[in-house]
Design a protein around this ligand. Sequence first.
Ligand SMILES: [Zn+2]
Length: 1104
Amino acid sequence: MAIVQQKAQCVLWFAEFESVVTVQHNFRWQYPRQRIPEQRAICCFHETGPVQKNQSPGRPRTSEEKVELLRLSCVRSPKNLELGIPKTTMQNVLHKRLRLYAYKIQLRHEIKSENRPNACNQSIPGMLNVHLIPHSHDDVGYRKTVDQYYYGVVTKNTPKGGVQYIIDTVTQELAKDPKKRFVQVETEFLWKWWQEENDEMRQLYRQLVDAGQIEIIGGGVVMNDEADTHYQTTIDQFSLGFRYSASPLLDEMLGECGRPRIGWQIDPFGHSKETASIMAQMGFDALFFARLDYEDKQNRIESKTMEMVWQANKNLGLSSDLFTSVLYNHYSFPTGFCNDISCSDDPFIDDKNSPDYNVDEKVTKFLDFIDDVAAAYSTDNILITMGQDFTYQSAHMNYKNMDKLIKYVNLLQKNNSNINVFYSTPSCYVKAIHDANQTWTTKSDDFFPYGNDPHSYWTGYFTSRPTNKRYERIGNNFLQVCKQLSVLSRVSDKSLLKKLSYLGNAMAILQHHDAITGTDTQDVADDYMRMLSVGIDKCEDIPTTAYNKMLSQESSETKTNLTMRSCLLLNISQCDISESSSEFLVTIYNPLARPTSHYVRLPVNGNNYVVTDYNGAQVPSQMIPVPQSVLDIPYRKSVATQELVFRAADIPPLGLQSYKVSLSENNSQGGSVTSNNHTISNGDVTVELDADLGTVKLISMNGIDLPLTQSIMYYNAFHGNDAEAANISSGAYIFRPTSEGVQKINDKVNVTVYKGNLIEEIHQVFNEWVSQVIRVYKQEKHIEFDWMVGPIPVDDGTGKEVISRFTTKLDSKGIFYTDANGREMQKRQRNYRPTWTWNISEPVAGNYYPTTTRILIKDEAKGLQFAILNDRSQGGSSLQDGEIELMVHRRVLKIQHYNEALNETAYGAGVIARGRHIVMVGNSSAQERLLVQRTLLAPWVFLTPGSGNPVQVKGLTNSLPENVHLLTLEPWEKGSILIRVEHIMENGEDPVMSQNITVDLKEILAPLAVKSFYETTIDGKMALQSMERLEWRTADNSRPHIHHNINNFSISLSPMQIRTFIVAVNHIAPSPTTAPSSGCSNIIRDNCLVLISLYISLKFNFAV
Ligand SMILES: [Zn+2]
């Protein structure tokens, strides 16, 4: 091991060269007989900035004792010495009193995982160890907005809950007693608090984290929903949360000890395999949650299988297995033990002379509860949640009574009680049960849908607030566009990057389980949409800057200063620029790493336009009428009655391609003609209507003729008194129709058919609040069903749940498939649960599943599959063989769960929702998966009024193969970038595209000149080689891990594999990229003293 001088030399070299390899190289020359320090050791020299940050005015208020203490500590080995002096004080003393100069490097002890138990209050072997977990469930918006919850605003129907006070008072209580524990979950709130606190409070908080008294669990910006979220946004929200909690760059907020190792999804309404898989790939040891089907839970309690190993992704094998523990008592305090300021349970009254003395009664009650819990679990450890929503605002009350609970229960040990109660954290509990070394059962399906009782299936929130769910997808689309363009154009302007992070944070907040789900109040939903709108608006500056920079990089002659703007009201065919300009430039950015083509549609006021591409060639275009139902939207502020349509072909990967559009006087342009024919076709794809009814009767594509009917219908929502399960109403969470029967809107549909050279459309009008456009585009092998529903009438006092139902004659044998958050397909069987016998009490709602991007049925005998892709999350099912239905909109009138009714209005009437279903028929999922990506990361259309020259700018020079998706490309720390690449197929899905594949990062990112890279966990914050997870024994441990092969710059990908890399590139900044050191395990760490010693050693020529 290197001696201190050698370490110091390493520090200096690392400061000078910023490269681990160079340090090792120099070390070899300078100290030829010494063992070269490993990369990990060198990487522990973190740059933290100078000791003395800012000159503060006036005399430092530091006592002479502290100065002397520090001086003395510098003349003897400070190792293992705890001074208990805040870092800022140390900085002052070092610089001002001892006249030492600023240093730049921090040396940290290597932290070993075996140190972990030090942070845990010890359990006692042979006893029943009861782990009390103090926690507070702090929704990032629900019945109050994010800020109202943080600051503690009183609003209608909500008490004065303030998260800032929770963190304040918990910190104070924990500082008084090293045995006390608390878990912090949502980093959105922690980050707010951190920014407002002074250095001393931050230092205290960090010490509590270091000591394992505060454990950061979950650690995302929010506790995300698992049904309506897409995996891309889930990964992003964790990645952003970890940057808050574990980033050494953000003012050393919490350092490595702040890195979460536990999933804590205690409130989301059902649980997806993809979320569990992502957690496994972040290095989590375990997941805890509360909500699962009531029948499933009862079975698990009886069979002692409340804990299991969840096989979260069959393609990824052991790599995505996650130990999963179901909480016994929801996430609440045991009944009678909520001694929070918000509760009314009696405190411990332990004065024996008091007539209210209640210790014996309370202890007995607690022991009864413990007995019940212990009977449901299989080790001699049980976990008891001591918390509820927004509890611990006055933490002293909670801890004082828990202290007494622990004291009086443990006192019974003198009388041979074997109950041992203590403060604990989920990590300590997990360590304890892991040590039990038993063989666990496994689970390979998911926890959807969540049934709370025989009539409460929480499947309504799969669709609630459909317009907000779509806006969230648009937000993600644009966020990825902005991230990519920031990298490609070498954006280094801090104000621009700040705008990017605003949108990133808004998107992360939207993943909260009361945000994207639509289970919030209207005011809060409006606030989420406000955040997203502000975020999109802020980010609009990035594409403009990027475009101009990228163009000037391509050629010095093409300097431009264009301003590009998005038209965000295209869903109602409204766009100021295209409607008011006789000439404008359309610039399309392709966020996929392969070329794509895209149909641009713009509302215009003229009749004829000429579209010219970057080669000066005229591009075919067509005019198509805006549907009458869109023209009739009362708040639409547009006089455009037609849309201009053209195909932007072969937009390069991550490239920009622009077109000039000019109003023309001549009549050469092809418009649409009204046709009496009831068939539309592009040559490959055909839709045939029933001439009498006006509804679809047959579709053809890929050489297959498929008889199909489709209609928009609704269920009447059940309105009960909610006093008991049988009378539960449909609401924002729960879907409960009055019966299995659907209400038809109309037997006959009014139809107009338009045909042209690029696009053919059927405009259907079902009635005054339901309409639809069915369309086929030339060269596209799918059909679009563009539905528009609303305002849903409720004058009859009945809520309505509107569906689009597709009926074929395919023999699907009760089986259908829905995606897990946009990734692995989940097999569903009608009227069946894989892990218990289901008593079917709600045959419609209980068969609904979350459909994030795709739902399909198969006819195995015919070798056919019929799939529907959607543009936002929806509830979906197949209630009859050959049938698929998706719920598109809902308006229900009963107030549920102390919330408002889900009765959305806008502009004084019920909300109108519009969206697309894409229909495909074929025999492979490959084309569906490619189209899902084109829907999710659609080319983004920017407009610039006035004249300009169309151009093409290539972002990447090489395309990725079709089965490899560039999931993320974003600016990262120290001028590096983060890249995620993904194999989009599952094993066996396609004979060609499901094969393993190798790609070369240097080639993909050729324009960025890759210098070096290292692989990380999926969140981007920990070197993959540092990831160590607990291994759990099951009967099925033979399944493989996936490999992470790297050969020079070539990386391999197996089906469903996502790999994340931090890449040092030449253009952005000179800093190198080195892997962060291994994660901490909540153990005591050195507090800067080693580095002080090191610095002083240097100053005094190693004389100390
Ligand atoms: Zn919640």
